[in-house]
Design a protein around this ligand. Structure first.
Ligand code: HEM
Length: 131
């Protein structure tokens, strides 16, 4: 039986699996591997901190994801399809590995952040760069 997301080890499994799926994805994989040329040894621990902060309220992530994605959008446009793919991969990875209250919560959080990010990047006012 699948268990819920309880601790950092669970988050690490989720994040590692998610980005393996992302890297293999034909649509958004190249944004990570070719455009941003992500250093996974740096990115993954940052994402453990990010999701631990979001899900368990631990203020360990220091950063501004909106600014990071505004900058990325200058290099390659992050459009609706890319956000849909990101969300589908995230939901699928959560559902493949976990089940429960926190699994549902992390999907809700991911959905709200992704939708807000998409809105801020693609809204007509995006030149103002509201962060
Ligand atoms: C179209 C969808 C997305 C794409 C293509 C994308 C791509 C990227 C890339 C390439 C980076 C790495 C930057 C680097 O290390 O050089 C990054 C960082 C990051 N992404 Fe995304 N991302 C997407 C959506 C999201 C969403 C929806 C979230 C949150 C729910 C998110 C959270 C983050 C965070 C927290 C970082 C680290 C920011 C920092 O502190 O530097 N991303 N993203």
């Amino acid at each position: 039986m699948k268990k819920d997301i309880h601790n950092r080890e669970d988050i690490m499994l989720l994040v590692d699996t998610f980005y393996k799926n992302v890297a293999l994805n034909k649509q958004i994989g190249p944004i990570f591997t070719d455009v941003a040329k992500v250093d996974w040894s740096h990115h993954l621990p940052k994402m453990y901190d990010f999701w631990e902060s979001i899900l368990f309220g631990k203020a360990i992530y220091k950063g501004n994801p909106m600014l990071t994605h505004f900058a990325l959008n200058e290099q390659t446009p992050l459009q609706a399809e890319a956000f849909e793919t990101w969300k589908n991969l995230f939901f699928q990875t959560v559902d493949d590995l976990f089940k429960g209250e926190n699994a549902n919560l992390i999907k809700q959080k991911a959905q709200s952040i992704a939708d807000l990010m998409h809105f801020k990047i693609n809204s007509p006012q995006s030149k103002i760069k509201i962060v």
